[in-house]
Design a protein around this ligand. Structure first.
Ligand SMILES: [Zn+2]
Length: 332
């Protein structure tokens, strides 16, 4: 008979996230024995954890992007020795993270190099971020990368779960197939499903990785930014557009009673401004704060001042909330 903890875990990993990814049970480990009193190395995905999915957008729409004509000419380039060196270098540089999967057969070395340089840049800029692991591994069809909050299950009788950082998974299938990877990214950007990329030629995987790193910061901030995203967008818009007095009061009342989604539908200026966020930032016409924050993070980190104004707002919120937690933990 399963113990309550593992039963809850099964329910958690069985959850379907937005129809894109079904949680697999592969991270599930055996239930600890009744006699075990101490914490075990039993790292699992948190029940019901948000999963950051950067997925292939299934669309047949054609594109005439000039740069894509060039990247289509790329041949497969796999240098196992270099890939292994990259993993070794990263593991040495980040001993507290697990770096895995780079030496799997057929990994395109250019993609491996990009993953390396982006991870180094991210950790250089956000050294307190908690990356439990970064690995290249099998993934569900069409999914480029995901991020999971990992927890350690304690076996001290209290059923506690201690967060141990985020696990970033980059799809092995896409890492092995550079033309498909670039084609997928091109489609996503072309159709405004994901934000514009600043350097597709030299850093094609950047937008994927920085989106996932956005989820890492979200997890670092204990997800507090999610509940504040709607409010931050509203506050910024009314403050920067000069709303005061009764006009602000009316908007405030409406926002309080209906929320940002309804306000965006009925108040065109706000709706149009907010819709500058990528399409993946919304789900069924509603702001999806989890993805919107990750998208905004990627947008600002990749494009700097050229990122959209609402993305700048969400990026700031995400970083502020992560920093607040790092401060509480004495990291900064
Ligand atoms: Zn995501």
């Amino acid at each position: 008979m399963p113990d309550p903890v593992s039963q809850a875990l099964v329910q958690g990993i069985g959850r379907i996230s937005k129809g894109l990814v079904e949680f697999a049970g592969k991270y599930r480990t055996a239930s600890p024995g009744k006699n075990m009193r101490h914490a075990v190395e039993d790292i699992v995905r948190r029940d019901g954890a948000n999963t950051g999915v950067f997925s292939e957008h299934a669309s047949e729409k054609s594109s005439n992007f000039g740069w894509f004509k060039e990247i289509k000419e790329y041949d497969h380039y796999n240098d196992p020795g270099t890939n292994w060196e990259i993993q070794k270098r990263l593991q040495e540089k980040f001993p507290s993270s697990r770096i895995e999967g780079f030496s799997a057969p057929g990994i395109d070395t250019r993609t491996a190099k990009e993953i390396e340089s982006n991870l180094i840049e991210f950790r250089g800029k956000y050294p307190h971020s908690d990356v439990h692991s970064l690995h290249i591994d099998d993934h569900d069809e069409g999914v480029l990368a995901t991020t999971d909050q990992m927890v350690r299950r304690m076996t001290d009788g209290a059923g506690r779960r201690i967060p141990v950082g985020s696990r970033v998974t980059f799809s092995k299938q896409f890492a092995q197939n550079r033309p498909r990877l670039l084609e997928t990214i091109r489609k996503c950007v072309d159709e405004k499903f994901h934000p514009h990329l600043s350097d597709v030629q030299n850093n094609a995987t950047g937008s994927i990785l920085w989106h996932e790193f956005g989820h890492v910061l979200s997890n670092d901030g204990k997800l507090t930014a999610l509940a504040k995203a709607d409010r931050a967008l509203f506050d910024h818009f009314v403050q920067t557009r000069g709303h005061t007095g009764s006009s602000l009061e009316t908007l405030e009342q409406y926002f309080q009673s209906q929320g940002g989604d309804e306000l965006a539908r009925t108040w065109k200026p706000f709706g149009e401004w907010r819709s500058q966020l990528s399409r993946y930032s919304f789900w069924n016409g509603r702001l999806d704060p989890d993805e919107a924050l990750a998208e905004a993070f990627s947008n600002v980190e990749m494009s700097g001042a050229r990122a959209t104004e609402p993305a700048q707002v969400l990026h700031k919120l995400l970083v502020d909330e992560a920093e607040a937690q790092w401060r509480k933990m004495g990291k900064i």
